[in-house]
Design a protein around this ligand. Structure first.
Ligand SMILES: [Zn+2]
Ligand SMILES: [Zn+2]
Length: 262
């Protein structure tokens, strides 16, 4: 059985470890290397089993470990051309790094990983649709102002999905962020709100998704309890029952040593 270990999730840093049979991949590496290694060690894991690193886009909270990590570990990096160009131009990856462009999908370490279209203010951001060695399917879709058709399709085909539930609209509106930043978060190329996430979930569970992980929650403008209750309210209204039709978790800011099998 495949499993995912959410290591970090928030605007402070994001990283997910995905375990297949004997190999693993990492999606995003958005803390420093020491913190990443410590989070893996807490879960009795290490970068030595990671065969490939995928990054969604070049924002710091997704890539900050890369430069040191890729110097110390000979692990290939996969991203869109736009993301790789942005990383190279800003000197965020070492010259020796093994960089691989994902045009549509790649097959590596017994995983098949396809890019999924997101809408975000980055060079060429994406999410991922991942098929594990035992044919389990998972999507990771965060950092998107809205759910694109492509993202909806990928999540509908998944057994497990990490979906962004970034902010509560009232908390964001009444919160401390400057107007320009609020506008950015709310825009079509910003971040997905609790209600935008919640309204989409019934279609996904109806299509066969059984494991929901809400991700990239804002520490300033959201609470795990708000995101979860909004999601459950929407699913309940569609006649779906938590812990029977689906399970729901929140990706923690820092690992809580919980892995989710799928
Ligand atoms: Zn982010
Ligand atoms: Zn971002």
């Amino acid at each position: 059985m495949a499993k995912i270990v959410p290591l970090f999730s928030s605007s402070k840093g994001n990283s997910y470890y995905i375990q297949g049979n004997s190999t693993a991949i990492l999606v995003d590496a958005g803390r420093n290397l020491k913190q990443l290694e410590a989070a893996l060690a807490l879960n009795d894991l290490s970068l030595r089993s990671v065969r490939a690193i995928f990054v969604t886009h070049e924002h710091t909270d997704h890539i900050s470990a890369l430069k040191v990590l890729l110097k110390r570990y000979d692990i290939p990096l996969y991203a869109t051309r736009g993301t790789l160009d942005a990383l190279t131009a800003s000197d965020k990856v070492p010259a020796s790094a093994r960089l691989n462009v994902i045009e549509n999908f790649v097959e590596t370490a017994d995983f098949r990983v396809a890019r999924v279209q997101t809408s975000h203010d980055a060079a060429e951001s994406c999410g991922f649709f991942i098929e594990t060695p035992d044919s389990r399917r998972l999507s990771i879709v965060t950092d998107t102002g809205y759910l694109t058709e492509d993202a909806r399709m990928a999540i509908s085909r998944s057994n497990l999905a990490v979906v962004e539930s970034n902010h509560d609209l009232n908390m964001l509106k009444n919160g401390p962020y400057p107007y320009i930043l609020k506008k950015r978060i709310l825009s079509d190329s910003g971040h997905l709100s609790n209600p935008a996430c919640a309204e989409a979930l019934p279609d996904f569970v109806g299509a066969g998704l059984t494991r929901i992980i809400l991700g990239h929650l804002s520490e300033e403008n959201n609470l795990p309890s708000l995101a979860v209750s909004e999601a459950i309210r929407s699913l309940t209204a569609a006649g779906m029952t938590v812990d029977s039709d689906y399970t729901i978790d929140v990706a923690p800011v820092e690992t809580n040593r919980k892995s989710i099998s799928f």
